[in-house]
Write a protein of this length. Structure first.
Length: 274
């Protein structure tokens, strides 16, 4: 195997690049049950789903057979890497069910029935190695096949121990904390899907009042972390955008998102797709 000559200061100066690089995005979208996360993925450019839960029956999309093991997930990703196709987006739906498959393989490796039976929480550390293999395969699809990656996850409410304040509850992806931290760091965007809520002041008499939350039913994405939820983006996106992949994609391209939405987007996932 030929070796590459070591870089010299002169050659490195010639390799300096400038400006933002247009690359397929690595998107993690999580949110409450049934809000439209799978529909978001189905609206991406030429998507193919790798389903780990049975919930795509009411979504108009193309998908691999339901994956019942981590090996089947990896086989689907390998077929996308080496096969002849024109898919532009791979959607894993969902990460929390993928995590169950990963735990199942860890348990098989260690000959235990439950991952918590592996002492000193080592089972979850072993699972992180398998997560890295999945993310590595997705990175290969992104870099070598030019595919966007969309990862769907459900939400949970966790107690966040903020050293600067008292602990408080917030929404986060429904994953073990080690896996969640790894995937969030890997992703370019971590987006939280939720309903837009307004507060109204209600007069209770005797100079007393309370504030009630009222939902408009509008489905939105939060792109920036706030005390109530985990989120991030590397593009300077607006803090709040509609739950519509076309809007997100237009913003990624630096275009006017209002021009991207020509027809109303479907908004209903079935019970399993969430």
């Amino acid at each position: 195997m030929p070796t590459t000559a070591p870089a010299t200061p002169h050659t490195l100066m010639n390799q300096i690049s400038k400006g933002r690089k247009a690359r397929p995005r690595r998107v993690m979208l999580y949110g409450t049950h049934g809000i439209g996360k799978s529909t978001f993925g189905a609206m991406a450019e030429k998507p193919i789903f790798v389903p780990t839960e049975d919930g795509l029956a009411d979504i108009d999309c193309e998908s691999f057979p339901l994956a019942r093991s981590l090996g089947e997930v990896m086989a689907a990703l390998e077929s996308l890497y080496s096969g002849d196709h024109d898919y532009r987006t791979v959607v894993i739906d969902s990460l929390d069910w993928l995590e169950r498959l990963i735990w199942g393989e860890v348990c098989a490796d260690e000959s235990v029935e439950n991952i918590e039976k592996i002492g000193y929480a080592k089972g979850f550390a072993f699972a992180v190695d398998k997560w890295r293999a999945v993310l590595g395969a997705l990175d290969a699809l992104r870099s070598d096949r030019g595919m966007t990656v969309v990862l769907i996850a459900h939400a949970k409410i966790e107690k966040f121990e903020n050293p600067e304040t008292v602990p408080y509850d917030r929404y986060s992806p429904r994953l073990h904390k080690l896996a969640s931290a790894l995937v969030q760091e890997w992703a370019d965007e971590v987006l939280f899907a939720t309903y837009k809520v307004h507060t109204i002041k209600v007069d209770e008499g005797f100079n007393k009042a309370k504030h009630n939350g009222v939902s408009t039913g509008e489905r939105i994405i939060r792109t920036v972390e706030r005390p109530a939820h985990v989120a991030k983006n590397r593009l300077g996106l607006p803090e709040e955008i509609p739950l519509d992949y076309r809007v997100f994609a237009a913003l990624v391209r630096g275009e006017d998102p209002s021009a991207a939405v020509v027809t109303p987007a479907p908004t209903t996932d079935n019970a399993g797709a969430a």
